[in-house]
Design a protein around this ligand. Structure first.
Ligand code: HAM
Length: 424
């Protein structure tokens, strides 16, 4: 070991925009995972987890070169052969797996869900991190609008189960490769005429992908966006009917939604339906998604439709902290195993394994020598019984069982111990 370097303490800190999930925060993650898992099972979604790294090109092709995510936010690095990226989202990866693993030959649609960390080099602020967790659902293989509604319904149901009662779903349709070029032309003409009032980013977007302007958060652009032509007014018949059905199904489910004709979302792969779920109190997008009927083909698969969503776990947790919920209490073992002396410690090390195999939950602090401290600990944990192995008991092949509530104690043979504990 070298000399202790006082500078090291401040040298190693978590990377900017990333955080530790401490034990005190785990209950939120567990709860979200449990609620999601139950709903996924109910709606027949199977879990998939893809690697944290993928070829950067998967995202630049999938999400689109003109998006902020690809332009500014990917963590990429070069290996001998490839340029890899920390995944900024899950849909492109899941589609890559769908194609690569031949899931097109399974019964369609294939319904998949995931829960894991994602990475975007954003400017850290409330609700925006550089490593964040998402829950995602993807339904691949069928076009039917009822699947769009089911994805929206699941987003809503997860949040509803987590006691969010102030949700509003914003929906839109951005058309398909047949009708969108016309809307884009109208939008280009509109923004071109107002080019000098747009921010620098939007002037660039005008050349690269005019739809990205609709996503701009700058106030001066927002004012212009409000008067822009709306894509839903220029949908082809197929997209129009699809959207109408999605809305009818939402009505049927009595879900609270509102049309937002400018909701294009920050990823280029969407076709037809786009949506976001907001909590009105925090006015924050907890999740969003939409249909992506061209993405599978763009990434090298057969012409296959898909629809999905993802939700931000940190944002959900921020909301959960405002809303009272019951969490499963951490189970405290009823028995504490204590020892006096070195030999007893060795024996307890082995006894602990025996108890584990017999499925008897026990607490211990094998690293302690003082019996007083061990009993203190048992008291703090509120364990009802303490097993004490001392020199004398060792010689007798027995162990002391003390009832902390009544103060009664008795000696039990080590052979009879498991039977006795199971009775307790
Ligand atoms: P997204 O809108 O980019 O969509 O992300 C979904 C959710 O992830 C957001 O609504 C937000 O709650 C959360 N989120 C995004 N970025 C951050 C961040 N930097 N910090 C904290 N939370 C964040 C997608 O990722 C698409 N893959 C959704 C999808 C699935 N579309 C179809 N299938």
């Amino acid at each position: 070991m070298g000399e202790k370097d006082p500078k090291l303490k401040s040298k190693f800190q978590r990377p900017r925009g990333m955080y530790d999930i401490l034990p005190s925060e785990q209950k939120y993650y567990q709860k979200i995972l449990k609620v999601t898992q139950d709903l996924a099972d109910f709606y027949s979604f199977s879990r998939i987890e893809t690697p944290i790294l993928e070829k950067a090109e998967l995202f630049s092709r999938g999400i689109g070169l003109s998006t902020d995510i690809v332009k500014k936010q990917m963590f990429t690095f070069r290996t001998n052969k490839d340029i890899l990226a920390l995944r900024p989202e899950g849909t492109a990866s899941v589609v890559r797996a769908y194609i690569e693993q031949g899931m097109g030959s399974l019964l369609q649609p294939v319904k998949l869900w995931y829960f894991g960390p994602f990475f975007r080099r954003e400017r850290p602020q409330a609700g925006r991190f550089r490593q964040f967790w998402q829950i995602g659902f993807e339904t691949i293989g069928k076009k039917n609008p009822i699947l769009d509604t089911q994805i929206i319904q699941i987003s809503y149901a997860i949040l509803d189960k987590l006691k969010f009662k102030d949700l509003i779903i914003q929906v839109n349709s951005i058309g398909c490769s047949k009708c969108r070029p016309y809307s884009k032309r109208l939008l280009r003409e509109y923004f071109q005429a107002r080019k000098n009032s747009l921010c620098a980013d939007c002037r660039r977007r005008l050349k690269e992908n005019v739809l990205r302007i609709l996503d701009c958060k700058e106030e001066k652009c927002q004012r212009i966006i409000r008067g822009a032509p709306q894509i839903i007014d220029h949908l082809c018949k197929e997209c129009h009917n699809h959207f109408k059905e999605v809305l009818e199904f939402l009505d049927e489910l009595e879900l609270p939604y509102r049309l937002n004709p400018f909701l294009v979302r920050g990823l280029d792969y969407y076709t037809k339906t786009t949506f976001e779920v907001f909590s009105k109190t925090e006015n924050l997008a907890l999740g969003g998604g939409g249909r992506y009927d061209d993405l599978i083909e763009i990434l090298g698969g057969e012409d296959t439709p898909g629809v999905g969503m993802a939700m931000g776990v940190e944002r959900i947790i921020t909301g959960m902290k405002e809303r009272p919920l019951r969490y499963e209490r951490k189970r405290v073992p009823k028995i504490f195993l204590a020892q006096i002396g070195k030999l007893a410690k060795r024996k307890n090390l082995k006894l602990l394994e025996k108890l584990r195999k017999a499925k008897i939950p026990v607490a211990e602090s094998l690293e302690r020598d003082s019996l007083r401290i061990q009993l203190d600990r048992a008291n703090k944990m509120k364990t009802r019984y303490v097993l004490i192995l001392g020199q004398k008991e060792l010689l007798e092949g027995k162990i002391l069982l003390r009832d902390m509530k009544t103060g009664k104690q008795e000696k039990i043979t080590l052979e009879g111990l498991i039977k006795k504990l199971k009775k307790l």
